[in-house]
Design a protein around this ligand. Structure first.
Ligand code: ATP
Length: 220
């Protein structure tokens, strides 16, 4: 039976360049789903990322790889909207779109690694993100969520918004939650370098994605 949208549990939203998607991403999403009791996780590959150099693979290829990587998990889905959009991807615009589509009651939880969270003050309209979603931050090897190492405005936000996982079901947006995942020091940058150097990618990302990279001669 379909539940009304307002009764639905939290929806995880996981944006990234996914150039390519790897087990660090997939494990973050799976851990968040379980630890935060999310209904589903929606992967949203960025079209033209505003904060970084052009991706090594096209939007179409990054989308195809995200679909291959998530195909065997019924609670994962892939949203092509940012890749399909003509203009640059800004998370706040995606959140506005999803909030309008899903209604005011559905808890939305934006998933981030610590490195992405630390870069938040550079994001467009970043102070408004909490008007649309909760944020959930996972640890990542090499980065710390220590307030002493954060921009002061970010440290203030952590103090003001930090909450436990139950907060994600008590309101549709506004809380900041941390969760622990098994640390995986995998990065897309390292994968691209390995591929360019002719080294093996096996066991860093799902086999169908490794095959896709090889068949389409990506990152050479
Ligand atoms: P690149 O090396 O190209 O910068 P990346 O591996 O960091 O890529 P992104 O697509 O930029 O991947 O990251 C998307 C999101 O996934 C970000 O929130 C990032 O913090 C998180 N993330 C990526 N890899 C990991 C990992 N190994 N552990 C925890 N979080 C990760």
């Amino acid at each position: 039976m379909n539940r009304p949208e307002s009764a639905a549990g939290p929806l995880g939203l996981f944006g990234g360049t996914f150039d390519p998607i790897h087990y660090g991403h997939l494990r973050l999403a799976e851990t968040a789903r379980e630890a935060l009791r999310l209904d589903r996780v929606r992967f949203i590959p960025a079209g033209q990322p505003p904060h970084r150099a052009a991706p090594g693979a096209s939007g179409a290829d990054r989308l195809a790889m995200a679909r291959l990587a998530t195909a065997d998990n019924p609670q994962f889905e892939v949203d092509p909207a940012e890749v399909d959009a003509a203009q640059a991807s800004f998370t706040i615009l995606t959140l506005e779109r999803l909030r309008a589509a899903l209604g005011p009651q559905r808890p939305l939880v934006l998933l981030l690694g610590v490195d992405a969270f630390l870069g938040l003050p550079g994001w467009r309209r970043w102070g408004e993100l909490f008007d649309f979603a909760h944020l959930a931050v996972a640890n990542r090897p090499g980065y710390s969520l220590d307030a002493a190492q954060m921009a002061p405005e970010l440290a203030a936000l952590v103090t003001a918004r930090r909450a436990g996982p139950d907060a994600l079901r008590q309101s549709p947006h506004g809380a900041l939650v941390q969760f622990d995942m098994t640390p995986l020091a995998i990065s897309a940058t390292d994968i691209r370098h390995r591929q360019a150097g002719g080294h093996s990618l096996r066991y860093l990302l799902p086999a169908p994605v490794v095959d896709y990279i090889s068949r389409h001669q990506l990152y050479r």
